[in-house]
Design a protein around this ligand. Structure first.
Ligand code: PLP
Length: 432
């Protein structure tokens, strides 16, 4: 992006804070933890209130007007989410409690059906625990092999894509990793620690050419809020994400799956509204998506999620992405100028291709403990995350126990970046 567009973009985004009521109560807050959860715009909060104040009935059950209204609003979100990620039909969208539940659902309902002795499940060392542990446990229970793709020192998946711009790469190592025995490949689109954006589409294309029967699951929890997602174009079989990381309410997640696969799968939970008929000796389940939505869902949350999508679409995901590159790139350069090698940024080199990185900067700072750093920054009203960010295998691989993570979203400004740099100087004075 040229400097004129950057300035124009920055002016636009500097007005966004006013849409987020939290800044009325916390005017000094520098929120740099959107990777954990995003703040909520007023339109989302208002929609939650609208449901509770105007039509707070259960869905699918009532024949009275407010229940019909709630059902209509709920199903409208399904349609909007389907269009947002270019699903073939809205019946492919299942509402869960979050990415974690969506991944567990696929591991349970699909994984248990297809993984037998000697079959392989392939994942990577950069996964969040929620896309690691369910598959590890499944492999252990069913006698499968759990294969974990390593990363390179440059923070990319070790599939042969370093040194060449990956778009032209042949990913030669992938041909050794995916075999005819591989039944499931499950990968994160964006690492919640390294910020690496994996070349998911290219990986899927090659993996499926090696083994056409392979089921591909994509953890897009960090991707859907920041990149344009088109499930048809990606070529995956399942894709999961969380409402709360994309400005929506907490307690709502999405599982998208190819309808034919969802239709074959056994339900994950049993109970109300997921059955067609129940007899003493048998039960007939509904078709997807309702087969997977047993019990009363987070109705208000699902209804309000569509306001988050509308808000993001109004700004434009590409514009958001450009702005995040600007903020995180600025922080990377600033940290290097001010702290030289004392601060070590994890993940792909910022001097390389900043556009292949998300707006996530995790780092270590000399010998200072990440929790001490985060605590001092908190004293300056700066919220960052410290710890292993639910990615312990990755931190072990990097030879560290913890890191500090600063992550950006639409309400952040270049002043926030400057305050973080100043805060880190204070850290150095206090901990030195
Ligand atoms: N996957 C990734 C990459 C994440 O970053 C997270 C949360 O941080 C999750 C999955 C789990 O999301 P949730 O806690 O919303 O279920």
């Amino acid at each position: 992006m040229d400097i004129k567009s950057i300035n124009k973009n920055s002016r636009f985004f500097s007005t966004i804070k006013k849409d987020f009521p939290i800044f009325l109560n916390q005017p000094e807050l520098v929120y740099l933890d959107s990777t954990a959860t995003a703040l909520k715009p007023k339109t989302v909060v208002d929609k939650l209130r609208e449901y509770y104040e105007e039509y707070s009935a259960n869905v699918f059950r009532g024949v009275y007007k407010i229940s019909e209204k709630a059902t209509e609003e709920y199903e409208d979100t399904r349609k909007i989410i389907g269009e947002f990620i270019n699903a073939k039909k809205s019946e492919e969208i299942i509402f869960t409690r979050g990415s974690t539940e969506s991944l567990n659902l696929v591991a349970y309902s699909m994984g248990r059906k297809i993984i037998n002795q000697g079959d392989e499940i392939v994942t990577s060392i950069m996964e969040h625990h929620s896309n690691f542990v369910p598959w590890q446990v499944l492999a252990g229970e069913n006698g499968g092999t759990f294969k974990v793709v390593d990363i390179t020192d440059g923070g990319h998946l070790d599939i042969g894509l370093e040194n060449i711009k990956y778009k032209n790469s042949k990913f030669k190592n992938l041909e050794q990793i995916i075999t005819k025995k591989t039944k499931i490949l499950t990968l994160t689109y964006i690492s919640n620690v390294l910020g690496t954006i994996n070349p998911i589409k290219e990986i899927i294309r090659l993996a499926k050419s090696i083994n056409p029967k392979l089921i591909v699951v994509i953890d897009a929890a960090q991707a859907v809020p920041h990149l344009k997602i088109d499930v048809k174009n990606l070529g995956c079989d399942f894709l999961v994400f969380s409402s709360h990381k994309m400005l929506g309410p907490t307690g709502v997640g999405v599982l998208w799956g190819k309808y034919e696969l969802l239709d074959e799968m056994f339900p994950f939970n049993f109970g109300g509204e997921m059955i067609q008929e129940v007899y003493i000796d048998k039960t007939i389940f509904k078709k997807p998506p309702h087969k997977f939505e047993a019990g009363t869902p987070h109705i208000a949350g699902v209804i309000a999620l569509k306001e988050a999508v509308k808000y993001l679409e109004k700004i434009g995901i590409e514009k958001i992405r450009d702005y995040e590159i600007f903020l995180s790139g600025s922080l990377a350069r600033w940290l290097e100028d001010e702290f030289k090698t004392k601060i070590k940024i994890l993940g792909p080199d910022y001097g390389g291709y900043p556009e292949d990185r998300a707006g996530i900067i995790s780092f270590t700072f000399g010998k200072y403990h990440p929790h001490d750093i985060a605590q001092i920054l908190d004293g300056e009203q700066i919220a960052v995350r410290a710890g292993h960010h639910c990615a312990m295998p990755l931190h072990n691989r990097l030879g560290i126990n913890a890191s500090v993570r600063a992550s950006f979203y639409i309400y952040n400004t270049i002043e926030d970046v400057s305050k973080l740099v100043k805060g880190l100087k204070k850290v150095e004075i206090i901990l030195r």
